[in-house]
Design a binder for this molecule. Structure first.
Ligand SMILES: Nc1nc2c(ncn2[C@@H]2O[C@H](COP(=O)(O)OP(=O)(O)OP(=O)(O)O)[C@@H](O)[C@H]2O)c(=O)[nH]1
Ligand SMILES: [Mg+2]
Length: 266
């Protein structure tokens, strides 16, 4: 894929954002691939102690550094504020651990270009054979609850590979200002849907390499925080059986012509 596949014009305001906490092993290769398809690449080094920032020496990326670790939510909020201030039309977020292929950004952006108000999520759960069992079921359970709270079926609520349109970033900064860590990516789905920015899925492959570093996601603590956030959101709207019905009634929305749209960019 060439740069033109994702960044048809250097003025289209697309940014790639990579939140990174101790990703020295993967960040340079990832940033180089991201730069090959997009002129604006921003890395948030969130108090890493493994030399993550030094790995980016000499690369034309924007680097935001937090002196101490503040969590993924704070990293993404800082990146959104920076990109918005510089006129971003949307931000593509890609995890820094190598589980996402930056070249798939073209696929997500093709969907976003057709529906620029939607939060586009790179959905992996169709790829069940490549997802560890515990993760798969954890993700499915998260999908049930978060879809209910969001009032529509969401294909993959825990995927960090997304396109955030400008309006959704503004909602994230205004309505998810206090949420922390991994809760942010669940809460923004709900907050955005409440303001008519529903999710749309773009299918991507799942990648869980055997030699991956240990996850920063703490299954006990982080899951409890997400459950508490969803429970509060549901209780605040009286559980909303209508939203439960809506979330169960239909399959998650996908953009069937994404492939066609991407091909037309080539
Ligand atoms: N800014 C920031 N980023 C973080 C933090 N913790 C994790 N990340 C980044 O968030 C992304 C996802 O973190 P992972 O630990 O891979 O969590 P995950 O992908 O949800 O879970 P796995 O499927 O186990 O990999 C990676 O790019 C991390 O570097 C943090 O404290 N601050
Ligand atoms: Mg990961």
């Amino acid at each position: 894929m060439t740069r033109s596949a994702i960044d048809a014009s250097a003025d289209d305001g697309v940014w790639i954002v990579i939140p990174a906490y101790n990703e020295a092993r993967t960040i340079r290769g990832l940033a180089q691939t991201a730069l090959s398809i997009c002129v604006r690449v921003l890395v948030v080094d969130d108090g890493s102690s493994d030399g993550t920032a030094a790995q980016l020496d000499g690369l034309p990326v924007t680097l935001l550094r937090h002196p101490v670790n503040r969590g993924k939510a704070a990293g993404l909020r800082a990146a959104f504020a920076h990109a918005l201030a510089l006129g971003a039309t949307c931000v593509v977020t890609i995890d820094g651990d190598g589980q996402h292929d930056p070249l798939d950004a073209g696929k997500l952006l093709a969907v976003w270009r057709q529906c620029p108000d939607r939060l586009v999520i790179g959905a992996r759960l169709h790829d069940r054979a490549r997802i560890p069992r515990g993760r798969y079921f954890g993700n499915r359970i998260a999908c049930f609850w978060i879809s209910w709270a969001a009032g529509h079926a969401v294909a993959d609520t825990q995927s960090g590979f997304r396109v955030y349109p400008r309006a959704v970033m503004e909602i994230a900064l205004a309505d998810c200002a206090s949420c922390s860590g991994f809760t942010f990516e669940s809460e923004i789905i709900i907050a955005a849907a409440q303001r008519d920015h529903r999710t749309l899925a773009a299918t991507i492959g799942a990648c869980y390499p055997a030699d991956a570093r240990p996850s920063h996601y703490r299954p006990g603590r982080d899951t409890i925080k997400i459950v508490a956030m969803v429970a509060l959101r549901l209780l605040s709207k009286g559980l909303s059986p209508r939203d439960l019905w809506r979330s169960l009634q239909r399959e998650p929305e996908r953009m069937p012509s994404a492939r066609k749209a991407l091909d037309s960019h080539r």
